[in-house]
Design a binder for this molecule. Structure first.
Ligand code: FDA
Length: 307
């Protein structure tokens, strides 16, 4: 019941100002977003790799409104990649990007987003790593997949995300489960209408399993993005039945969520990648984390009220 309200608030400027100014917000935000700067996130990356984990780094931000902001987003990723260069981690530290942060919703946004993301993908390839295109709301996906296709012509390792809650996704999975393509499957984090998406949790879970089977049986590289213990166990079984070795797929979870499970899966020999977001424009990312688990909202309200 609460999730749609929180997701609607995640797009409201008034709520953004209110939440950002609330006492106690910072403390709750830090659970999910370990820093605001490259300097703060680099030690987090090093620590994760020391523990046998891998990371995908997200400079938080989305729905920007000017081409200058889109260029600034590109430059923030280029700065990050420049810092990662010295660490020599290769694909242990990859990047995740939201095309709305690269200008996708602006005039001629498709071309603008492609022009801004290409140098990031090039720079990542130059240090031996990759970029994955996050999936945002359903209206943006045709453009995201077209940009993914375009980038893969020169950088076939470029990944993308598909969302189990969308009716379209099984078809997308069939198309993408080929030629070594790297595909992250997630449940989906946006507020989507009943015309395009399952609304019922159990329907979403069933779709997740069907789509994971398609990915596991294909010739791409599946990335299982979930904290759901049942779906993780089912994915392991689907991988086994498809004859995949442990390095022929990976698990991914978000920083700050089920942390002990990150380490457990890595210790079992799985590739385990932690999605680590950092930066100052954390509002949209943070609100989606609140929507995923209403208990987070209670924690947030408590820490705000006790300040
Ligand atoms: P589910 O929501 O059922 O959670 C299972 C369990 O995990 C919960 O019972 C709880 O214990 C724990 N948990 C989950 N979320 C939590 C939270 N916020 N706080 C505390 N505990 C929590 N979505 C999208 O639309 N586009 C994208 O590009 C991505 N990218 C992405 C990358 C990665 C690596 C992950 C893991 C997830 C995404 N997502 C995403 C988000 C995704 O769509 C989904 O909203 C969340 O992963 C939550 O769904 P689960 O599969 O974890 O199951």
């Amino acid at each position: 019941m609460l999730a749609p309200v929180i997701l609607a608030a995640s797009r409201s400027d008034k709520m953004r100002r209110f939440v950002s100014a609330a006492p106690g917000t910072k403390q709750v935000v830090e659970r999910f977003i370990p820093g605001e700067t490259v300097d703060q996130v680099v030690p987090v990356v090093v620590d994760a790799v020391d523990k046998g984990l891998e990371v995908t780094l997200d400079v938080v931000g989305e729905d920007i409104t000017t081409p200058e902001q889109a260029a600034a987003a590109r430059d923030a990723y280029l700065e990050l990649i420049d810092r990662l260069k010295d660490l020599g981690l290769g694909t242990k530290a990859e990047m995740s990007v939201k095309l709305s942060m690269f200008g996708q919703a602006l005039e001629d946004g498709h071309e603008l987003a492609l022009a801004n993301v290409r140098p990031v993908v090039e720079a990542a390839a130059a240090i031996g790593t990759t970029v994955t295109l996050d999936a945002e709301d359903h209206t943006t996906l045709d453009s995201m997949f077209a940009i993914h296709d375009e980038l893969r012509k020169d950088f076939p390792q470029t990944g993308c995300v598909i969302q189990a809650y969308l009716f379209r996704t099984e078809d997308d999975a069939h198309r993408l489960a080929a030629n070594g393509s790297r595909v992250r499957i997630v449940k989906g984090a946006y507020k989507e209408p009943a015309e395009v998406a399952y609304q019922d949790k159990s329907e979403i879970d069933k779709a997740y399993v069907r789509i994971t089977r398609i990915l596991m049986e294909g010739s791409g590289y599946p990335m299982i993005g979930s904290h759901d213990p049942r779906l993780i166990a089912i994915s392991q079984e689907l991988a086994r039945r498809a004859g995949r070795k442990l390095d022929e797929y990976e698990f991914q979870m978000l920083y700050g969520i089920r942390t002990e499970e990150h380490v457990r899966l890595a210790a079992e020999g799985h590739r385990m990648r932690v999605y680590t977001a950092y930066g100052t424009d954390w509002y949209g990312y943070f609100m989606r984390r609140l929507a995923e688990k209403p208990a987070n909202l209670i924690f947030f309200a408590r820490s705000t009220l006790t300040k």
